[in-house]
Design a protein around this ligand. Sequence first.
Ligand SMILES: Cc1cc2nc3c(=O)[nH]c(=O)nc-3n(C[C@H](O)[C@H](O)[C@H](O)COP(=O)(O)OP(=O)(O)OC[C@H]3O[C@@H](n4cnc5c(N)ncnc54)[C@H](O)[C@@H]3O)c2cc1C
Length: 385
Amino acid sequence: MNFVESEERIALRKAVGDLARGYGHEYYVKVARSGGHTSDLWNEAGRLGYLGVSVPEEYGGGGAGIGDLAAVCEEFCAAGTPMLLMVVSPAICATVIARYGTEEQKRSWLPRFATGEVRMSFAITEPDAGSNSHRLTTTAKRDGADWILNGRKVFISGVDEADAVLVVGRTEDAKTGKLKPALFIVPTNTPGFEYRQIEMDLVSADKQFGLFLDDVRLPAEALVGSEDAALAQLFAGLNPERIMGASFSIGIARYALDKGVAYAKERSVWGAPIGTHQGIAHPLAQVKIELELAKLMTQKAAALYDSGDDFGAGEAANMAKYAGAEVAIKAVDQAIQTHGGNGMASEYGLGTLLAAVRVGRIAPVSREMVLNFVAQHSLGLPKSY
Ligand SMILES: Cc1cc2nc3c(=O)[nH]c(=O)nc-3n(C[C@H](O)[C@H](O)[C@H](O)COP(=O)(O)OP(=O)(O)OC[C@H]3O[C@@H](n4cnc5c(N)ncnc54)[C@H](O)[C@@H]3O)c2cc1C
């Protein structure tokens, strides 16, 4: 067991942090508030190979694991430039295609994931099937060699920036008529595929969309992997999503804690820095402890996933996502409290993160569904729903 990161990963973190700090939170907020995207930062990160660290080497990537990709995501967030699409495009979509795609799909998509040239959204959530993915109603029917997709999705991130969306639909079993999950690559310019932005109270450069799929005709090659093993394939993507969700939250928590601590050292209202008062110092110390614990669990989840233990990674990834979300909410709240009135002033760049960290408790899997998982699978308690 090794609790020290490799020299390569430490160097990767530093290089990514240097790049992201060159842009900084002010850049991010300006872009987000104007309805724009962080394309400059994304493209530069892509050219430098940071978005493709976990794409296999034979397809032009870095050949590393999800642990390195999570470190990249964390550093972007810690610099105040959280790119939500990282949680989806290189983590879920590239991973699923690398593990289960056909050779043709791999050759077509992976080199472009490696350079960040391609962006892919991921769509599972539906209006009537959020936490309960057994109720998905987006269906794929065969028409000759083609597939015809019909359905609706909600809260799908980054569709306006994406070349394609990896859609979780269901196919009908020819023998039993039962619906089975299946994954399809749907280019965003396919006829019958439409999307509409959902107004969110969130300062984010990556927006959310409702999707409408009306008789979307796709070639046979749009299906990723096997029609019969989609659940395993789905989990291959959802564990990285949770690990990346955790590192996203942890990065923002680091950003907020750094700001809170710096302010506590320099601000003085009673003749000594406010960090002298335990009412300010202790909550920051608690955040530091919980941050390190969340990070350890994230690294454990990534190590298990990278070793091929999907089942073990599932428990750790859920716990990491939970811990990351909770500490990020606490970190931003405490950094704002430490800043007093300045905590809500735009100049200090903290209020912009209030809603962003709150998302971590809801998505990609809610706090309650993580607790259900742990109660049932880790503790062996009866299923409640
Ligand atoms: C900013 C943002 C970005 C997102 N991006 C994407 C994306 O790119 N792709 C995508 O597919 N989805 C995305 N989502 C959707 C997200 O994954 C869902 O919102 C989330 O899974 C919860 O589903 P829901 O909103 O339908 O809530 P519901 O399932 O309706 O749940 C509502 C509440 O009830 C609780 N609850 C439900 N069932 C139970 C139970 N059995 N026991 C206890 N409590 C329960 C939930 O925990 C929650 O608190 C995004 C959401 C947000 C906010």
